[in-house]
Design a protein around this ligand. Structure first.
Ligand code: RB5
Length: 161
């Protein structure tokens, strides 16, 4: 039995996007999602040719924004460019995680809807564990909901009053 199937997924459809630096992990991520019973919406890239990570981060972020996907897994060399780019899109809370605790907390406390991974940082075994933590940890709500609400208000707030 795939160890990912032990816990119940909180998402049904998750977009997956990578650049050339993240390509090595994309199949692992797609298989991990499928092992959790989650439909993976593969948005590329599909070749090692150099591409620009903001294009792929945007493609996935817009699928969350328009409701096609509930969440996204974004992979580049470090996870940094993907997370930074996705977080420019309204409604996206992308967390770049390289340890299981952070991947759980990104969901439980921050209600993250995108997980960014660095394929040059994280190996396939850890990537599978991170995807599982991210996709099976529910948001705790309560005091964290107030904080996430304040976070999202920063999208529309001007300079400090
Ligand atoms: C591509 O070489 C690399 O810069 C990209 O994958 C990512 O790590 C950027 O944040």
């Amino acid at each position: 039995m795939n160890r990912s199937s032990c816990r119940e997924a909180v998402f049904h459809r998750v977009a997956v996007a990578c650049d050339h630096g993240g390509l090595a992990l994309k199949d692992v991520v797609v298989s991990s999602l499928e092992g959790l019973g989650i439909e993976a919406l593969d948005l590329g890239t599909n070749s090692p040719d150099s591409v620009d990570y903001p294009d792929f981060a945007a493609a996935a972020a817009y699928r969350i924004a328009d409701g096609t996907a509930e969440a996204a897994i974004l992979i580049c060399g470090t996870g940094i460019g993907m997370a930074m780019s996705a977080n420019k899109v309204a409604g996206i809370r992308a967390a770049n995680c390289g340890d299981e605790y952070s991947a759980s907390m990104a969901r439980a406390h921050n209600d993250a809807n995108a997980l960014a991974l660095g394929a040059r940082v994280v190996g396939p075994g850890l990537a599978e564990a991170l995807v599982e933590r991210f996709c099976t940890t529910p948001f705790e709500g309560g005091r964290h909901a107030r904080r996430v609400e304040k976070m999202m208000e920063l999208e529309t707030r001007g300079v400090e009053e």
